[in-house]
Design a protein around this ligand. Sequence first.
Ligand code: G3P
Length: 483
Amino acid sequence: MGIQSFEKQVQYQTLVNGEWKDSSTGRWISIVSPSTQQTVGEIPAMTAEEAEAAIQGAVKGQKKWADFPVHERGRILLAWADRLVENVEPIAEMIMKEVGKKKSAARDEVIRTADLIRYNVEEGKRLHGEMMKGDSFYGGNAKKMAVIEKEPLGVVLAISPFNYPVNLSAAKIAPALICGNAVVLKPATQGAISALMMVEALHQVGLPEGVLNVVTGKGSEIGDYLVTHRSIDFISFTGGTQTGTDIAKKAKMIPLVLELGGKDPAIVLEDADLDLAANQIVSGAFSYSGQRCTAIKRVLVMDQVADELVLKIKEKVSQLSVGLPEDNADITPLIDSASADFVHGLILDALWKGAKLVIGNQREGNLIAPSVLDGVTKEMRVAWEEPFGPVLPIIRVHSEEEAVELANESEYGLQASIFTKNLDKAFLLAAKLEVGSVQLNGRTERGPDHFPFLGVKNSGMGVQGVRRSIESMTRDKVVVLNL
Ligand code: G3P
């Protein structure tokens, strides 16, 4: 069954309490494709009053949803996964148009999301409680027994980013729903139509009303209302560090998980397989034009092998296609002109301060050629700031200690890659890195989606990954038997 509500639409309604609605204000937000500059469509500019209706509907829907047996919740979610796969083409087409992601990567995102949902169902069915006896302490009593079950938190506020509008929305929705929560989804504006198409698929397979409500609109108008609402029981946010820390301050007692920015280093030691390292670094740095929180955003390479590695990286980068997502180009226009200005500014700052341009630094509108800068020093902004674009600084180091020190000096701590043939040394270095995950001889990335995924310092708070996400959206309920 097709995503009927969205065939050749211009104005896309949001789902609130089982109904597709315009905004009561009659106001719309226009979404422009970053690659064609054509209007992709419009989404409702909802008000705080409409956000209130969505939240209250979720509160009501959640009480019924929590009473569904988990196998029934799972059946609906499995049907959702199948419906997404059936509609991979129109949804991928919309992702491509909205966020400028090449079609093959957009298609992969949808298929990956179906897998993610299915895995959530499997894990959700095995979320069991436990029983404890009371004789573990001096004077204890074996007749005192605790029966501990996992119960849903209630209403989860899911705030998702533009770069994975389907996968990173479902990565919050699926774990929340399988364990009995309801969800209020606030998608990024750019990517909201793709998210709504994903939600339409779930609505079509019978999700009860109110269990998932979508609120679209300007963060400046409804953001604070949502993140401070007394009926929101958990916040899962993916986006920029500034916004994330702002939410954390405002949310007060509302528990939250934050997936924020990064400045992931690739540390290349003198014994590394440099072909492997170059392949992984280029893939990690330039996939989706570097617009990934987990992108490789700096290379810390031992001086002895730096010249050879830079040549290999240059060769790989020169093979990347640059153009439109419609043509399945590797490097496509960035999400907006402000982002392109920021990235270009980092490149120019580094060149002005003496960095050597290896390749790139061409710009046409929001399209920036993949750029590699060698001889980057600590005085350059690109050594520290998160580009979220196709620029890769090469920093030459003279010891492993210097590499670790530079890696840890960043305000971010999401992931790191280490390239070496000596796994003993790799584990020793990994232990010293202030990050959530360390990839050995591979690019930094979140997937596979069941692995624990976390950032430290300004890269986030809490842990995601299927089981961790489910656990974070439940709490213990302890019933003590005094026999
Ligand atoms: O930027 C969001 C992050 O989740 C990227 O995912 O799997 O491409 O590293 P991945």
